[in-house]
Design a protein around this ligand. Sequence first.
Ligand SMILES: NC(=O)c1ccc[n+]([C@@H]2O[C@H](COP(=O)([O-])OP(=O)(O)OC[C@H]3O[C@@H](n4cnc5c(N)ncnc54)[C@H](OP(=O)(O)O)[C@@H]3O)[C@@H](O)[C@H]2O)c1
Length: 221
Amino acid sequence: MKPANLTFEEAAAIPLVGLTSYQALHDILQIKAGEKVLIHAGSGGVGTFAIQLAKSMGATVATTASDGSLLVKTLGADRVINYKEEKFEDVLHEYDAVLDTIGGASLEKSFAILKEEGRLVSVSGTPTGRFAEENGLGIVKKILFSLASAKLMKLARKNNVQYTFLFMKPSGEQLQVLTKLLEAEKIKPVIDTVFSFEDAQKALAYLEKGKAKGKIIIKMK
Ligand SMILES: NC(=O)c1ccc[n+]([C@@H]2O[C@H](COP(=O)([O-])OP(=O)(O)OC[C@H]3O[C@@H](n4cnc5c(N)ncnc54)[C@H](OP(=O)(O)O)[C@@H]3O)[C@@H](O)[C@H]2O)c1
């Protein structure tokens, strides 16, 4: 059942980013009220949902954005770092948790802003050996992922923090939890553009530019 107060387009914007945000912030980071969390790319699909979810959990939220700086403020972000003007790693310190959606250098620099025993989850970084083991991917993938994530695991050890790679899993139960938050208007879907099915190629090209604010929807009829 879709949330009663949402259109079908709005409801279509929820499952991927909603479940990803919930599994990152609730299941893995286990955010508690009063904790400080950095959410990268706050104006993107995952970011726009994750900021609102983290606020509903009582967290203080910092986020990185450029053109989307105003949008992320309206979603409740407490601290906005325009990544074109300042470096988040220079201005954020002693954070409890980070949700990374970018990977690469942003992910690597995020370890240093965490306090001792802080937590970092990435949906765009490198999967770990533990990820392969927990998902029953077999010994070969476990070895390959362990080798590929060695640099990140070294950073985690050096900073005494926990690094987890997340690949979202479908969950009807968790969608029910999110439905309650959406119906209570604690979280609102953020949609950049609704494309017609005929314009699906245009939608994908726009998505590839990496500048979407919230979600892009393709309408079937
Ligand atoms: N593992 C999983 O289960 C899972 C699930 C969902 C998504 N993902 C992955 O997560 C990633 C993010 O997905 P998404 O849909 O949220 O992305 P998206 O909507 O395409 O993100 C676009 C936004 O990224 C921002 N951005 C670009 N470069 C940035 C930078 N260097 N620092 C901060 N913000 C930056 C832009 O903000 P400004 O215009 O404001 O600069 C733009 O609004 C994708 O790689 C996707 O494949 C993985």
